[in-house]
Design a protein. Sequence first.
Length: 237
Amino acid sequence: MDRLTFNGVELPVRILETGNRNAYARIRDMEVIISVPRRIKGEKRDDVVSKLSESLKRSLERSPGKMLGFSRERFRDGQELAAPGLSLKLSISQCGKRFSSSVREGVLAIWVPESERMDGSKASSYMHMAVSRAFLPSVSAYVERLNAERFGSRLGRVRIGRGMTTLGSCDSFNNITLNSRLFAMGPYALEYVAVHELAHTRFHNHSKRFWGEVERALPDYRERKVWIFREGWRLEA
């Protein structure tokens, strides 16, 4: 097996032999990595790889964001970001000695100190914080409006997160977190994830009743879900 196909997206597969006791599969930077203990050989090895591949497909079905793997979001100079009610173009440059940012006339300007690497962890963390701060008011208002119009649940807080494998989450207190990657994908993807998480305020599972609630609130959710797999990650990558 050299490729794994899911919803029309082909991911290269790399199989590693390791000294670990257990086999496992993961996605990293749009590549499927399957690790198999060296002691497992022949047909048994092929069977393990096949079962892990199927398990990974089921995991992707539950959590679309895993298609992006454990890669840090990459905000770029000139990148267009959008959420319902707000569109911003990024202007990222290096100058001065401190991190800073501002929003003006549809542009989110981010300045990275000359002493920091543009692709370093500190710069990445600050960019995420600046983007989250700029979008949170409009996104929070949007989710609250969706809830009032389609669900009527008691909400906790709305947050913008930096999750590596999920595009959204809803905890037991109905706090909803949306991944900042969604701003690169745009309102079409963000509405699906927001509706998905709001449906979890009614059903904290993925039962038939849960998916019925999603479909009631967003009849074309299946098309949006497929779009995230096929095209959304290309916009983010």
